[in-house]
Ligand binder design. Structure first.
Ligand SMILES: [Cu+2]
Length: 380
């Protein structure tokens, strides 16, 4: 959870947030509040000097969730070479001159593997990023570039998979031009201590322990949180039960919405979205279906990042044989045809496909399915 609309607070708010007219806040205003946007004649020179010289290489780096001392990469952010120039975002519409990249790695849907709980803290390092080099394609045919804010240079952010009882040593390094923060729904910790905003260039760490198994959202909570979430700052934490789960083919699905071309706060406030997507891109799995075999147990970890719409998750031609609200085993229920995943919530479902063929998966809120929240399972 996060406080809504504390637009004017560059650091953790301690009093009543000041209010602005809903449509008065733009990305530029955010940057100005953060002391980023230069003014007058100097601004043009500043922006010219900071213009990206080319596309930033896009890394398909693996998720970083390693035990302390597990190897030389244990403290890596998982985003090698993702250096951020002193760029700034001044327009909600990305220029065609700005190279966009795919929002998340091609294998994002495959989660990290289960492993037993660890005696030493799990290192989880994220960078926060914003600006022109963070433009992503949220749809194709035609391409729809979107000026994202993100963690780890991908949308959704890297999936953290840990085990009940694990302690996480988390570090956020803000490589962006705006303040950012973190909010782990899986943690039980004081917001005023752990979820404070981190200034551009700063690094912040804290530890938390996963006491409940489940499927959880994490996101940026910096003001205005609606914009930071809608622009791409969200991901999933899977906390496995101590004993693990039966063997299955597993996939991660994060549903979310996009409004305009990035930074369009008024649009986010008024709804409805332009795109509703699974794993960062409209119709992503229509062209590259998720695969499984007939008769094989398939397990889906689902988070609805919203920020505004519920998901009515459904697979056409199949039934969920097992369902856990928030992925918490004591919440187990039997057969479901469609599950409700509210914004900021998670779920776990299991299903088995009866025969080879193609099975669409959608949110059964079909206005959203028609905006990109449609994919396919290809069953052999
Ligand atoms: Cu943020």
């Amino acid at each position: 959870m996060s406080l809504p609309n504390a637009e004017n607070e560059p650091t953790v708010a301690t009093g009543t947030p000041s209010r602005r007219p809903p449509n008065a806040v733009s990305r530029r205003a955010m940057l100005r509040q953060a002391g980023v946007v230069a003014g007058g004649v100097g601004a043009a020179a500043f922006l010219a000097a900071c213009a990206p010289s080319g596309a930033t290489p896009w890394s398909l780096a693996p998720v970083v969730a390693t035990a302390k001392g597990a190897g030389p990469s244990a403290s890596s952010t998982g985003v090698p070479g993702a250096t951020q120039g002193p760029t700034t975002s001044t327009s909600p519409t990305p220029s065609s001159a700005i190279a966009a990249h795919e929002p998340s790695p091609a294998d994002f849907a495959v989660p990290p593997s289960y492993r037993p709980a660890l005696a030493t803290p799990v290192e989880f390092d994220l960078t926060s990023n914003d600006g022109p080099s963070e433009t992503i394609f949220i749809a194709h045919s035609p391409d729809a570039p979107y000026a994202s804010m993100n963690f780890g240079r991908q949308v959704p952010a890297p999936t953290l998979r840990i085990t009940e009882g694990d302690t996480v040593h988390f570090t956020l390094t803000n490589q962006g031009m705006m303040p950012h923060s973190i909010d782990f729904h899986a943690a039980q910790i004081a917001w005023s201590r752990a979820y404070q905003t981190v200034a551009p260039g700063a690094t912040f760490s804290f530890d938390w322990t996963a006491t409940y198994p489940g499927v959880f959202m994490y996101h940026c909570g910096a003001a205005p949180v609606l914009m930071h979430m809608a622009d791409g700052m969200y991901g999933m934490v899977i906390v496995d039960p101590k004993e693990g789960r039966p063997t299955a083919r597993e996939y991660v699905i994060v549903q979310s919405e996009f409004y305009g071309a990035g930074g369009e706060y008024a649009k986010m406030l008024t709804d409805p979205p332009d795109f509703v997507v699974f794993n960062g891109q409209a119709d992503r799995y229509k062209t590259t279906p998720l695969v499984a075999n007939a008769g094989e147990l398939v397990r889906l970890y689902i988070v609805n990042a919203g920020p505004n719409s519920s998901s009515a998750f459904h697979v056409i031609g199949a039934l969920f044989s097992h369902y856990e609200s928030d992925g918490y085993p004591p919440n187990s229920q039997g057969m479901h045809q469609t599950i409700d995943v509210p914004p900021g919530s998670g779920a776990l479902v299991e299903l088995t496909f009866a025969e080879p063929g193609t099975y669409p998966f959608v949110t059964h809120k079909f206005s959203d399915a028609s905006k990109g929240a449609t994919g396919l399972f290809k069953i052999s």
